[in-house]
Design a protein around this ligand. Structure first.
Ligand SMILES: [Mg+2]
Length: 247
């Protein structure tokens, strides 16, 4: 459902069950912030990993892993390891495929806006850094910090590694750690995302832009957030200074 059809563009602050006190939205100064952006379905307009599985798997086993993950029987690390076992694609073919993946048209302008305020946006993804960097390079949005799982292409096999697992039973990449580290360094954290792996970091961020499953979770859990449909909404919001003052 379009979040703006259901509740307007702004989700109200509710019962405050978040784990730490928050700065009021209007108290944030943009230049004091670090901005974390999820990748699949936030920067891209579809889930790239799902599409790779759909296009390059030799069987349908990946759907069984997907169902197990969606119902919480396995975490995303076990899910991705299982799913990638069925994929057959060479590095050359993968790079060619990734060159066809576009990003939200407002992502480039958003990055430019943030850089004007001295902010280098950080991509945090439960996907793979190789895939993300390839897509961003093809879309001429290079040079961003990317925290994601690692991927090695050996022959026609994709071999994952999970340097940021942090012992979490749910996520292969514990995105929360980056938000907490940034706050420890004195920054306020703005978080933009759509998925289940974004729920945990959103609980700790100072300002959250949410859509999709993240928006539903924020509503269920009482995590204050701003609903968005695409990055044009986030761009307009930050440019206008509705919630963050410039400077
Ligand atoms: Mg996502």
């Amino acid at each position: 459902m379009d979040p703006r059809d259901r509740n307007g563009s702004v989700l109200t602050v509710s019962n405050g069950r978040a784990s730490r006190p928050r700065v009021g939205h209007h108290g944030l100064k943009l230049s004091d912030c670090e901005v974390f952006v999820d990748f699949d379905n936030t920067v891209t307009q579809f889930d790239v990993i799902d599409n790779i599985l759909e296009c390059f798997s030799i069987n349908r086993d990946w759907r069984t892993f997907e169902d197990a993950w969606r119902t919480g029987r396995i975490g995303s690390k076990e899910c991705l390891e299982g799913q990638l076992r069925s994929v057959r694609i060479t590095r050359e073919a993968l790079v060619a495929y990734l060159s066809t993946v576009s990003v939200d048209p407002s992502f480039g302008p958003l990055v430019t806006l943030l850089k004007k305020h001295g902010i280098q946006p950080v991509i945090v993804s439960d996907g793979f850094s190789f895939i993300i960097q390839e897509i961003l390079t093809h879309q001429h949005v290079g040079g961003l910090v990317v925290y994601a799982n690692h991927l090695q292409v050996v022959g026609d096999r994709l071999l994952p590694a999970f340097p940021y697992a942090n012992g979490c039973p749910r996520c292969a990449h514990c995105k929360k750690v980056h938000v907490l580290n940034s706050q420890l360094a004195g920054k306020k954290a703005i978080y933009i995302g759509d998925g289940l792996s974004d729920v945990c970091p959103a609980q700790h961020a100072d300002l959250v832009f949410a859509k999709g499953n993240l928006l539903d979770a924020c509503r269920d859990m009482g995590i204050p957030c701003v609903a968005f449909t695409d990055l044009a909404d986030v761009y307009r919001d930050l440019k206008k200074g509705t919630r963050c003052v410039s400077g």
